[in-house]
Design a protein around this ligand. Structure first.
Ligand code: PLP
Length: 229
């Protein structure tokens, strides 16, 4: 069947089975990596198809868009785990803490302080991943690799934030495995257990390099409708 003709149920099943077989190649269990289904720009009607299949872990990249879609979905479906995978402005930290269960894009001290304050205020604990700019790209979010150690220490020791793991988005024109291996090395060095890496084009590779979370949008939902501001 042509990729575009498949329904979400089939795509979801295919992606989950590819994750499983990629993990198996390196003697990892299927429970070792979680599929974050990236639903950005998709309407709730489409997201509901995945929820009806029993999938519960989703990723969105914009706070505002997620606020428009997810409060209702979260009230209709239990045990949803929502990940923020896009850059977060400090002034939206409170909103993000209110809605998301995992924030994967912590990348600067000011944001760490804002998230800490928002969690204290709301008495809600959100899981945090530090985004690392492994490719050293100017316009991209993420902390520079050489600043990771200091930033991690600032988060953990000064702010007493619990850091779950690391996240990266490799440069589009580079071999992703180099970046996955680097992120894996950083996590190991700092005793962090979770690694969010791999998207539709490279999640199978990421699984073999130790990903505990892969963020797959197109592979699950098909081609994305354009973003409407
Ligand atoms: C959109 C997005 C994804 C998913 O991309 P696909 O190629 O559609 O799987 C993964 N991670 C981040 C940070 C994204 O913004």
């Amino acid at each position: 069947m042509g990729e575009e003709l498949k329904n979400i149920k089939d795509r979801l099943r295919d992606v989950l089975s590819s994750i499983k077989s990629s993990l198996k190649k390196v003697s990892r269990k299927s429970s070792d990596c979680c599929l974050v289904a990236v639903s950005k720009t998709h309407p709730t009607s489409v997201i509901k198809e995945a929820l009806e299949c029993g999938h519960r872990v989703f990723g969105e990249n914009r706070v505002q868009e997620a606020q428009d879609k997810w409060p209702d979905l979260k009230s209709q479906y239990e045990n949803v785990e929502l990940h923020l995978i896009g850059s977060l402005q400090t002034n939206k930290a409170g909103d993000a803490v209110g809605l998301f269960d995992v924030i994967e894009t912590l990348d600067r001290p000011k944001l760490a302080r804002a998230l800490k304050a928002a969690m204290d205020k709301s008495h809600k604990e959100v899981k945090l991943f530090i985004q690392v700019n492994t490719g050293g790209e100017g316009q991209k979010g993420g902390i520079a690799p050489k600043e990771l150690e200091g930033f991690l220490s600032y988060c953990q020791n000064d702010l007493e934030l619990s850091i779950e793991g690391l996240m990266c988005i490799p440069p589009v024109d580079e071999e992703p495995s180099v970046h996955f291996a680097l992120l894996h090395k950083f996590a190991k060095r700092h005793g962090l257990h979770s690694l969010s890496m791999g998207m539709s084009g490279d999640y199978e590779v990421a699984c073999q390099f130790g990903a505990t979370h892969v963020r797959v949008g197109t592979g699950v939902f098909g081609k994305r409708p354009p973003f409407k501001p």
